[in-house]
Design a protein around this ligand. Structure first.
Ligand SMILES: [Zn+2]
Length: 508
């Protein structure tokens, strides 16, 4: 059984999924940094790379986005309507591909949709095939097929398709004042549209056509690099994607957003909307399950286990490593047992941390070495069982000869740490900084170097207070010796804003 808690503020929406009294998942959406998948932009081609059959497209973000030739859909030419026997909507598979340099050129304005969020140093990935998700249907304006989700039973598909085609033609004919135009756009019926009435379908068709015409209209009025359409917000996605039969309640601490979300939910996801509650408590909603403390822990390297052991989680660009440690002394008598229990507890804690931190890609777990094969097998079984509870796809291998378990977790959105943190400015993300003495010696070496090049009246060292203090005290003799050697006075200036390893040498 699950509960969903939503902490809303104008700048940020935070969602916690709680199971058995413990937070399992955290989702944060910042108003200024919403995920981009589904966004439609009017992009501007900034570079075409024929060698890579791709192009960089400026969509107004910090990093230019990436468009590969496989994601360029040839513009639809009105004419013959594809038959029902060939419900292939994906032009990528339709034979020879026209080289990218013949399709786009520098400076061109292009309607594009984000299909993959920017991650790390990679820019967003784009497609020129626009798809807009409605309640029951997905609309593909550049397409002309009418399809039905493969998950809908085969015997119902053809009649559903015919019903849809009639409704789509009717809507298009009404818009164009009589005759059915050759290009009405493509529609795919989603699984949840299986039992919908004609009225409901017609409503969704109208909504999607209207949304598309708004996008097209904006693309003609707005300058390049404008955002034309945005997918659902995190709040809305809680109802659409996170709520299941296991969800007991969805509590939100904002009256205003409760009303907005309830209205949205009643229209699109009535079942989920029935679980919505406005949280009126005195305590901040995230205090109910110490969620802020859990977030702080999920950002740290060390995670303490109840048994006394602990995990060390290190996230790098390439992979994540998790090291399992025993806490302090392990008695020789129950050695095997203690280690086995610590590893079992670690298996649970790691699976939970991966979800909480939303770590994706390769993860390598270094369990504490176990002497017994049956212990190893049980730890692995427990680990896989815990991973199976994850909504995101995972797969874990067996123990390697060195006792490591290698696993993967599908990358979805940014990890929690990427979302909330940045490399430490003082250490450049290394986790260590030069000692004050190392910095002091760096400074003195630099003065010696500069004294060979320049002949100022005086050198002035500007550095962090602890470095200056050292130069005034323990290192004062060395500094005086240096001053004698170069024949110039050296003065000191303390700069509290400087990191320990930073310094400046001013020539006076
Ligand atoms: Zn640091």
């Amino acid at each position: 059984m699950q509960d969903i808690l939503i902490n809303w503020s104008p700048q940020e929406t935070r969602v916690a999924l709680v199971e058995h009294g413990a937070v399992q998942e955290l989702h944060v959406e910042r108003t200024l940094e919403r995920g981009l998948v589904g966004n439609v932009y009017l992009g501007k081609v900034s570079r075409v790379l024929p060698g890579m059959q791709s192009a960089f497209i400026d969509i107004g973000l910090e990093r230019t986005a990436f468009l590969h030739v496989a994601d360029i859909v040839a513009p639809f030419t009105p004419g013959s309507r594809p038959t029902a026997q060939a419900p292939e909507r994906d032009h990528r598979n339709s034979g020879a591909i026209v080289p990218i340099e013949k399709q786009v050129f520098e400076g061109q304005s292009l309607l594009v949709q984000v299909i993959k969020d920017p991650i790390g140093t990679k820019g967003a990935r784009l497609s020129t095939q626009i798809s807009i998700a409605g309640r029951l249907l997905v609309f593909l304006p550049q397409d002309n097929h009418v399809g039905v989700s493969q998950k809908i039973p085969l015997d119902q598909r053809e009649s559903l398709r015919k019903r849809m085609q009639t409704l789509i033609d009717a809507a298009a004919a009404a818009d164009s004042g009589g005759a059915v135009p050759a290009n009405t756009g493509g529609f795919i019926l989603r699984t949840n549209g299986e039992d919908s009435t004609d009225a409901e379908l017609a409503e969704d068709i109208a909504y999607l056509r209207k949304t598309w015409s708004r996008i097209r209209d904006m693309s003609m009025r707005l300058p390049p690099m404008s955002l034309l359409h945005q997918d659902l917000s995190l709040l809305q996605r809680v109802l659409r994607d996170m709520t299941s039969e296991e969800t007991q309640t969805i509590r939100i601490d904002s009256r205003e957003q409760f009303d907005v979300l309830l209205k949205f939910g009643l229209e699109f996801m009535p079942q989920a909307a029935g679980k919505l509650q406005h949280y009126k408590g005195e305590r901040p909603i995230f205090d109910l399950y110490s969620i802020d403390e859990e977030i702080a822990k999920a950002l740290g390297r060390r995670v303490d286990l109840k048994s006394g052991g602990y995990l060390v989680v290190d996230q790098t660009e390439a992979l994540t490593t998790v090291d399992v440690n025993t806490g302090g002394f392990v008695g020789a008598r129950n050695f095997d047992d203690t280690i086995f229990k610590t590893n079992l507890e670690a298996a649970q804690a790691i699976a939970r941390q991966l979800r909480l931190r939303n770590l994706g890609g390769i993860v390598i777990v270094d369990f504490i070495d176990m002497a017994r094969d049956d212990h190893r097998a049980q730890v692995l079984a427990e680990f896989r069982k815990q991973l199976a509870r994850d909504r995101v796809k995972t797969s874990a291998g067996a123990f390697s000869p060195l006792g490591l378990v290698e696993m993967t977790r599908k990358r979805t959105r940014e990890s929690l740490a990427h979302m909330l943190c940045e490399p430490c400015a003082a250490c450049g993300g290394q986790g260590i900084v030069k000692t004050a003495r190392t910095a002091a010696y760096d400074v003195m070496r630099e003065i010696l170097r500069e004294a060979r090049q320049f002949t100022p009246r005086e050198f002035r060292i500007v550095a962090a207070p602890q470095v200056i203090e050292l130069l005034l005290d323990e290192e004062s003799q060395h500094l005086a010796g240096l001053s004698d050697f170069i024949g110039k006075p050296i003065s000191l200036q303390s700069e509290p804003a400087m990191g320990q390893g930073q310094f400046d040498i001013v020539l006076l």
